[in-house]
Design a protein around this ligand. Structure first.
Ligand code: BMA
Length: 322
C-alpha cells in the first residue's frame, strides 16, 4: 500500500494572548465514553492519516474495567466514530492471541502498512506487536519482550537496517520506577542491541519516564514527546515533555526539556478515574507547515487534543534542555 497522504491536519490557532507552546483544543475533550456504546472510558489512543481522513486505535475500558483496543475513523481528526466491538486479531499462535488485556496503543506508518504496538497482557504486561493495511483486518505477531514492559513505541523507519523500538521496562503494578530503553530487531520478532536512553530527572519527571507517540524525524534528530511522572501526596502526576535524540544513534539524548510542555491543568485532566494525568499516544505532523496535533489521554477517562508548531518545540527543547 502507498504511504497515506494527509488531508487537513486538525488545527486551531494558539488562543490570543496565550504564550503556551502546546495549547489545548477548545473542543476538548474531543472524545468521551458516551461516543462508544459499552465503554466506560476512552483514553490513551493513537491516530494516523487514512484514506481521505484519519483512522485510529483506541483504548476503551468497558463496564467490567477490562482494557481493550478498538478501531475508529474520522473525517477531520476531531469527530471520531469508534467501533463498539474490540479489534479481532489474526494471529498464527493462539497462545499469543489470547486476550488478557490490551492498552495504550501506538500506531506508525512504515514501509507499506500501519504498525501497531501496545501494552499486552501475557503473564504480566509486555509489548504487543501487530499491523494492518486497511483498518479492516489486523494481524498480531510475537510479543517484543518478556514481561514486564510498557510503552513500546516503534520508530517510523529502520535504523541500521533494523526495526527500532523505545520501551520502558516495568513491573506488574503501578510501577514506581521507569527508564526508557532502545532496542533493534531485523524482523519484529527477535529484539536485541538494547541501549539505555534516559532516566527520570528532577521535578515533574522524577519517578518515571516513558515514550509517547512515535518519534518524529527532523534535520536535528528524532523529536520524542514523552511522559514523565512525579509522586505527590495523593499519587502520581503525569505530564508531557520532549527530547531530541540523535538521528543515527537514537539512544543518545541530545536535549530534553527540564520543564513540562503539557501538565494537568484542565478539569478533564485533573479529575477522572486517575486524576492528574496527561498521557500522549498520538501525533500528526503536517510536513510543510510544521503544524503538530497531539492526542493524549486525560485522567484515564477521555481524549484531549493539543496543538504545537514543530519549530517552536525544537527551539524550546534545545533552549530548555541545554
Ligand atoms: C500507566 C498506564 C497508563 C495510565 C497511567 C496513569 O502506568 O497504566 O495507561 O494512563 O498509568 O494511570
Amino acid at each position: 500500500m502507498a504511504e497515506p497522504v494527509m488531508g487537513n491536519i486538525p488545527w486551531e490557532e494558539r488562543p490570543k494572548g496565550s504564550t503556551e507552546l502546546v495549547w489545548r483544543s477548545a473542543r476538548n475533550p474531543i472524545l468521551t465514553s458516551s461516543a462508544v456504546p459499552g465503554a466506560r472510558s476512552v483514553f490513551n489512543s493513537a491516530v494516523a492519516p487514512f484514506g481521505n481522513g484519519f483512522a485510529g486505535v483506541f483504548r476503551c475500558d468497558n463496564s467490567a474495567w477490562m482494557m481493550n483496543l478498538h478501531r475508529g475513523f474520522s473525517p477531520d481528526g476531531v469527530r471520531w466514530s469508534v467501533d463498539p466491538q474490540p479489534i479481532t486479531w489474526i494471529c498464527e499462535d493462539e497462545e499469543i492471541a489470547r486476550l488478557e488485556y490490551r492498552y495504550d496503543p501506538r500506531v506508525v506508518w512504515m514501509d507499506d502498512r500501519y504498525h501497531i504496538t501496545w501494552c499486552n497482557g501475557y503473564h504480566g504486561p509486555t509489548i504487543g506487536v501487530g499491523y494492518t493495511f486497511d483498518f479492516a483486518r489486523f494481524y498480531q505477531g510475537e510479543n517484543a519482550f518478556l514481561p514486564y514492559n510498557r510503552n513500546g513505541v516503534l520508530f517510523p523507519r529502520k535504523i541500521h537496517g533494523n526495526y527500532a523500538m523505545l520501551s520502558r521496562p516495568s513491573d506488574r503494578g503501578h510501577t514506581p520506577f521507569g527508564d526508557i530503553f532502545y532496542s533493534e530487531s531485523p524482523d519484529l520478532v527477535h529484539w536485541g542491541r538494547h541501549r539505555f536512553v534516559m532516566a527520570p530527572a528532577p521535578g515533574w519527571q522524577s519517578t518515571k519516564v516513558g515514550p509517547g507517540p512515535a518519534p518524529l524525524e527532523t534535520d536535528e534528530g528524532w523529536l520524542l514527546f514523552y511522559h514523565g511522572v512525579i509522586t505527590q501526596c495523593n499519587g502520581f502526576v503525569y505530564s508531557m515533555g520532549a527530547a531530541l535524540l540523535d538521528r543515527d544513534e537514537p539512544w543518545k539524548v541530545l536535549f530534553r526539556t527540564r520543564s513540562t510542555l503539557l501538565t494537568p491543568h484542565a478539569d478533564y485532566e485533573r479529575s477522572g478515574d486517575t486524576p492528574n494525568v496527561v498521557f500522549p499516544c498520538g501525533l500528526l505532523q503536517e510536513g510543510p507547515t510544521g503544524r503538530l496535533a497531539i492526542y493524549y489521554g486525560a485522567a484515564d477517562t477521555v481524549i484531549g487534543l493539543a496543538f504545537a508548531h514543530l519549530e517552536e518545540i525544537l527551539d524550546f527543547v534545545k533552549r530548555d534542555g541545554a
